[in-house]
Design a protein around this ligand. Structure first.
Ligand SMILES: [Zn+2]
Length: 197
């Protein structure tokens, strides 16, 4: 698959949402300035280079806005910050998350025509935490993708979770679970599947 990347595709991967429709990717490359990318400043509506994320962990209250990739690829220090923000607040542990999860969150926002500003209900969960929640009847899967560092339970600011669910399902990039009662969407980078919690 990598060998088949064209130069244009590589540019799109580097500078914009990799799997966004090409027309959008091309539009967003032109107006994105290096200064926007480097500082993590939100580009204007017309210059939608979604290389940044703003995550607000509702359990810890921590908020982070960071540019996680630029023309050279992923930014390791930014990924580390995101990983810590998505850590297991019950155990204090965190792990390296699948970076494609961050790409997915950015792409979801782009597809929703929204800024990538998320509330985080759950990111990484240690096995001990997951087992405990499961034992209390929380409905967590035994081998949850949260344990694997491939899942997040989120709300996208300004976008109803039912709409976010529809967009996530349409992207076909992994699992999508909709929890209307708690009002969040689970997204992961494992196999494509859908459920309602
Ligand atoms: Zn989840």
């Amino acid at each position: 698959m990598v060998a088949r990347l064209t130069r244009r595709r590589v540019l799109a991967v580097g500078l914009s949402a990799p799997l966004a429709p090409l027309a959008r990717a091309e539009r967003s490359i032109a107006p994105a300035r290096a200064s926007d990318i480097e500082t993590g400043t939100a580009p204007g509506a017309a210059a939608r280079a979604l290389n940044w994320l703003e995550l607000h962990n509702l359990h810890t209250g921590r908020k982070l806005r960071v540019t996680f990739r630029d023309a050279s690829g992923f930014i390791a220090s930014a990924l580390g910050q995101l990983d810590r923000l998505l850590g297991d607040h019950r155990s204090g542990e965190y792990r390296e998350m699948d970076r494609q999860l961050y790409v997915l969150l950015a792409d979801l926002a782009a597809a929703a025509h929204a800024e990538p500003r998320y509330e985080i209900i759950s990111g990484y969960r240690s096995r001990a935490t997951n087992d405990k929640l499961r034992a209390n009847g929380g409905g967590q899967a035994k081998n949850s993708q949260h344990i694997e560092g491939k899942a997040a339970d989120v709300r996208l600011k300004g976008v109803p979770t039912a709409v976010l669910r529809d967009i996530a399902v349409s992207l076909k990039r992994g699992g999508v679970g909709w929890y209307p009662k708690s009002d969040f969407v689970h997204v992961d980078t494992a196999r494509v599947r859908y459920w309602e919690g």
